[in-house]
Design a protein around this ligand. Structure first.
Ligand code: SAM
Length: 274
């Protein structure tokens, strides 16, 4: 196992394509929960926090005719894909901004903030929730979708557990940020402390059905494996082969037929009002 910045860059450039192909298909239930929570109240200015390749930006633009969306994300590759996929007629209704909530500007004001599957990666969720509150008026709404814990998001757990079994230098599931919200209590409390009220939290039941090839391409291409120290790891070809065998053996518990696996990707949808 070695670390290389080159490996990390290569993973980033392909990451947006991979995301749309292998990740977006399981996010449908999250998107539906988020859109249900938006309801029929028509917003004017929307912040899509952690907008990625634009799944939510596009759905919100489709749903409401006259709104303006700020699509905020730190990843240039994801935002480039968002821009490429945006219909030309919608371009003047979207501002694509690279960054995090720290890059919101004083005059930015929103009456709806949506954040789908991004808060797992936010280093200090309460600080970001507080910053968001500073950019809305009373009555504005915030809707957040997050993945649950290890046993809710089985696929990544199987993959990272198999990797750590093969090589003790590789990060184990607990070393990745994805499983922070097994229990959403802390996030709910953070929303309250950050000035959000009427917090509601609903379970989102999602899953992904895949063949063994899809499962491997999805997980091995999603993110570079990490070392326990946090740096990205490039894994030798023979270790990759063994990892695939181990992963598929572990995934057998989720088999639903010949070469077909059904993996839960459950989480939460939280709504709050300013
Ligand atoms: C799983 S993707 C979700 C993308 C999109 N919201 C969707 O539902 O398809 C997570 C996104 O969060 C972004 N992200 C990572 N750290 C972030 C942060 N601190 N603030 C905002 N977004 C962040 C990533 O760049 C990535 O595009």
């Amino acid at each position: 196992v070695v670390t290389t910045a080159r490996g990390e860059r290569a993973a980033a450039s392909g990451g947006a394509d991979h995301y749309d192909r292998y990740v977006v298909p399981f996010t449908t239930a999250y998107t539906q929960a988020l859109l249900d929570a938006v309801g029929d109240r028509v917003p004017v200015r929307v912040l899509d926090h952690g907008a990625g390749t634009g799944t939510i930006t596009r759905r919100i633009l489709d749903r409401f005719a006259d709104i303006h969306v700020t699509a905020l994300d730190p990843s240039q590759a994801m935002l480039q894909r968002l821009a490429d996929q945006l219909e030309p007629s919608l371009r003047d209704r979207v501002e694509i901004r690279r960054g995090t909530v720290a890059d919101l500007r004083d005059p930015d004001r929103f009456d709806l903030i949506v954040s789908q599957l991004a808060f797992m990666f936010v280093p200090d969720p309460e600080a970001d929730l507080r910053a968001m509150r500073a950019h809305v008026e009373t009555g504005a709404r915030l809707i957040i979708g997050v993945l649950g814990g290890r046993s809710d998001v089985t696929a990544f757990d199987l993959y990272w557990s198999a990797a750590a079994r093969l090589d003790a230098r590789l990060a184990a599931p607990g070393d990745y940020p994805h499983f922070r919200f097994a229990d959403p209590t802390n996030l709910i409390a953070a929303l309250g402390r950050a000035g959000w009220t009427d917090v509601e939290c609903r379970r989102v039941n999602a899953h992904r059905e895949v063949t063994s090839d899809d499962l491997w391409r999805w997980l091995s291409g999603a993110l570079p494996l990490r070392l326990r120290t946090g740096e990205p790891a490039v894994v030798a070809a023979d270790t990759q082969r063994r990892l695939r065998v181990d992963l598929l053996a572990a995934a057998d518990a989720y088999s639903i037929g010949p070469d077909r696996f059904r993996l839960p990707m459950d989480g939460w949808c939280l709504c709050a009002t300013a």
